[in-house]
Design a protein around this ligand. Structure first.
Ligand code: SF4
Length: 350
């Protein structure tokens, strides 16, 4: 059997649908918390391989213009990108590794639903059966880029425009060099400006810091409660679908102090729940637009806020600055004054 090299794995992944592929050695996870450590999934692990696939810039076009939401959820978020376009090359790369005689554990990107503070280890001295890896941190360890101040992952090729999945293997592969901290995120704070006030922890300068080998990476400690409210359709300034289904609804996201989990608990039933069909509300859905986005997105999650600051403002800035390898003929992404909705659901421009 031919020796498996890092180069061969990357070449395979990139020729089977991945846009990015990087390799970390397992030693780079030595300081990871036990419930986030790949070695607690596969104790013999020697390497972590991270694959990325771009989010199309055009996936956000309709949201940026305030006219069309389905593309982003269906193709670029929980629909096809997260359930098909990226898991397929990951799985095929896993098959390629196993064809060379090494085990490959393909992992599901993000399963915080499993985490239960009451859960206990089953094996003495072990960890509870709910290890959840941080794909973005693994991608930094695999040299694909760095987490920006916004907490979005930035790569040299696409800036913040990618999703990431990973596999763990006992194959010993040559690791990629780490990206220098601050070489992609220049702390311009366009992400903060572009986010309609929903990330005050970033404004207050609170941050998270981790060290991988000799490099220290730092990013803003995002207020995930407010972020989730905005992103998942709890913010009437961001969703043109709310006023139609809840005329007169008033809700100031900035006044709320929800955890991320509570924000989900608030947004999902309001968006996806059912109500009796009446003359006043004949559809039977709580919010029609949000309901259909989930349906068109294949039943997974849905994106209303469309990452206005952390993605759109960020890549607009990095592209303008010439810091991203992928370029576009049509000029900058943000072409017109940006919008928010007032309490009547009318568009106001910045
Ligand atoms: S907009 Fe992007 S590059 Fe600028 S601070 Fe935010 S994450 Fe960093």
């Amino acid at each position: 059997m031919a020796k498996l090299t890092s180069e061969a794995v990357k070449e395979f992944a990139l020729s089977h649908g991945a846009d990015l592929c990087g390799v970390a050695n397992i030693e780079r996870f030595k300081d990871a918390p036990a419930d986030r450590n790949p070695m607690n999934i596969f104790p013999e692990a020697r390497s972590v391989v991270v694959l990325g696939r771009r989010i199309l810039r055009g996936g956000w076009r309709g949201i940026e213009e305030g006219t069309y939401w389905p593309s982003y959820t269906h193709f670029d978020y929980s629909g096809l990108l997260n359930t098909f376009f990226l898991p397929l090359p990951l799985y095929e790369t896993g098959c390629f590794i196993e064809d060379h005689g090494w085990e490959a554990v393909t992992t599901y990107a993000g399963c915080p639903e499993l985490q239960d503070p009451q859960e206990r280890p089953r094996r003495p001295g072990g960890v509870p059966p709910e290890v959840t890896l941080s794909t973005r941190i693994a991608a930094m360890a695999a040299g694909l880029g760095e987490i920006g101040w916004s907490k979005a992952f930035l790569s040299k090729k696409f800036g913040p425009r990618q999703r990431l999945w990973l596999l763990i293997t006992d194959a010993e592969l040559e690791p990629d060099p780490l990206v220098e901290p601050g070489s992609l995120c220049d702390k311009c704070m366009k992400c903060v400006e572009g986010c309609p006030g929903a990330i005050p922890h970033i404004r207050e300068g609170k941050y998270v810091e981790i060290k991988i080998e000799d490099k220290t990476y730092r990013w803003g400690d995002v207020d995930m409660g407010k972020c989730t409210l905005m992103y998942h359709g709890g913010d009437p300034r961001m969703s043109p679908f709310i006023p139609k289904s809840f005329p007169g609804y008033r809700f100031d996201v900035l006044e709320q102090d929800f955890t991320e989990e509570t924000a989900y608990k608030f947004c999902w039933p309001m968006s996806q729940g059912a109500w009796r069909r009446t003359y006043e509300h004949p559809s039977g859905h709580m919010i029609d637009g949000h309901y259909y986005l989930v349906k068109w997105g294949g039943g997974g999650s849905y994106g209303i806020g469309g990452s206005r600051g952390c993605m759109r403002s960020c890549f607009n800035h990095l592209e303008k600055k010439g810091a991203i390898e992928q370029t576009f003929h049509g000029g900058e992404f943000i072409k017109r004054p940006r919008w928010l909705l007032d309490e009547r659901g009318e568009m106001t421009e910045e």
